[in-house]
Design a protein around this ligand. Structure first.
Ligand SMILES: [Zn+2]
Length: 260
């Protein structure tokens, strides 16, 4: 029952994240102003804004003018729902260490971190640039949570996050920004902080592998290999980090067993 509630919460938050992604750097607040259709400007009613269901019910078209609604909306809603759902199952065991309010705060920390991360990933996909203020918020949230819930790992996490940052800042510098942006390095700092050792290192490997496979697939599909990357890297950092978050410890120990 609680897991179902978490899934619904994720869908609703995802619907809000869509607005944040759209209005970030436009000077418009995500908190005020009703959502409108981009084609005809018709104000959307509450029943047009039910996560996932409205999109399915309207078959992806505006009720007033019939123009297509971007599939970003249902995808971000569904992703946020699934991310929240996965965090809930991953952290159920750890949350038992905290009393009622602290346990809830612990989950809120995870929900907030991955929501902000998802905003960066989707924004990068849309605009091919990372919003700095969002990355700084991600880093602050990661630090705050570690200080509150897991203080012993503060400096080790800063160290591994810093190492990832330096590694990617180095790649950025050597390639003069062709392989990846400086924003990606900062984003990796946030991811490394939150994940800690050894998940942070696995996040790096997963991000690279997913990025390489998808870039080659896209290049084959477009039938041309473009070395100057037009593919934003943040979505891969998000995917790689989330996989490392969910299964990183299991993969790490499984690998150790193979070595011994
Ligand atoms: Zn319309």
């Amino acid at each position: 029952m609680a897991s179902f509630f978490v899934l619904i919460l994720g869908l609703i938050v995802g619907s809000f994240l869509n607005v944040v992604i759209l209005r970030l750097n436009t000077g418009e607040s995500a908190m005020t102003g009703r959502s409108r259709c981009f084609s005809c400007g018709a104000q959307l009613q509450w029943f047009d804004l039910v996560p996932l269901l409205s999109f399915l019910w309207l078959r992806g078209k505006c009720r007033t003018c019939g123009s297509r609604i971007s599939c970003q909306y249902p995808l971000v809603e569904l992703s946020t729902g699934l991310v929240f759902y996965a965090i809930y199952f991953k952290w159920m065991v750890f949350a038992a260490n905290f009393s009622g309010v602290m346990g809830a705060m612990f989950f809120l920390w995870g929900f907030a971190f991955w929501s902000i991360f998802l905003v960066s990933a989707v924004y990068d996909l849309r605009h091919k640039i990372l919003p700095d203020q969002n990355t700084y918020l991600l880093i602050i949230i990661a630090l705050l949570g570690i200080i509150i819930f897991d203080r012993e790992r503060l400096w080790p996490s800063v160290a591994i996050g810093g190492a990832l940052f330096l590694f990617f800042a180095g790649l950025w510098f050597i390639s003069r920004g062709r392989w990846m942006g400086f924003g990606d390095a900062k984003l990796f700092f946030g991811a490394g902080l939150f994940l800690g050792w050894p998940q942070a290192l696995l996040a790096l490997f997963f991000s690279f592998w997913i990025g390489a496979i998808i870039s080659i697939a896209v290049a084959l599909w477009r039938k041309k290999l473009n070395l100057k990357s037009e593919i934003p890297f943040a979505p891969f950092i998000f995917l790689g980090s989330f996989i490392a978050f969910l299964w990183g410890d299991a993969i790490y120990f499984w690998h150790l067993n193979l070595l011994i």
